[in-house]
Structures are given as C-alpha cells and as structure tokens.
Design a protein around this ligand. Structure first.
Ligand code: FES
Length: 106
C-alpha cells in the first residue's frame, strides 16, 4: 500500500509498504526520519509514535490496552491520532494512508 509519512518539518515521503509490514518497519526500511523503533516492534519503547491523519483514525484497528498504556509515555505531545506505528500492520485497505511524525521520540 502507498503510505505517506510527513516529517514534523513538512518533508513528505510517499513510499510503498508491503502488506503485513508495520508502519514502523515501513518507515525504517525507507529511511524515513522521525521514527526510531528502538525496541523493534516489541511495544516497549514508544519511539515509533506517529499521528494518524484524521481521515484514517477510524479505519484502523483500535489500539490494544498495552499500546494505550505505552502511549502515555510518548516524548512528544499526545494527540487524538497518536498511535505506535509498530502496532499498525499495513494492509490493502490502508492504501493512501497518511501519518505525521513528531519532532522527537525521546
Ligand atoms: Fe518500540 Fe513500537 S517500536 S513500541
């Protein structure tokens, strides 16, 4: 699916992420700055925080309780669209997804 990552400075990266790959891994493998993913997707670091575009929030599987807990410790401001990108696997229905990246993950 085509995913657009928008860095905090406005720089856009439109990349193709294969189904089943997380938004976190999709960013890392495409050299998108702004996502760290320190724990490798283990839901233990919260350095893969992203802001899902309003139009897409409802179309994603809601966050698990553990993800919600981890979202309490993100470094940047938490917003309604805040999610941990390692918990969002790309699927065909997400073609065109837009996520914004916070200025910091620490
Ligand atoms: Fe660590 Fe997502 S990569 S919580």
């Amino acid at each position: 699916a085509a995913v657009t990552y928008i860095e905090h400075n406005g720089k856009q990266h439109q990349v193709e992420v294969n189904d089943g790959i997380s938004l976190m891994d999709g960013a890392i493998s495409n050299m998108v700055r702004g996502i760290i993913g320190e724990c490798g997707g283990g839901l233990a670091c919260a350095t893969c925080h992203c802001y899902v575009d309003d139009a897409w929030i409802e179309r994603l599987t809601p966050p698990s309780d553990t993800e919600k807990e981890m979202l309490e410790s993100v470094a940047a401001e938490r917003r309604p669209g805040s999610r941990l990108s390692c918990q969002i696997p790309v699927e065909p229905g997400l073609d065109g997804l837009v996520v914004r990246l916070p200025a910091t993950q620490f």
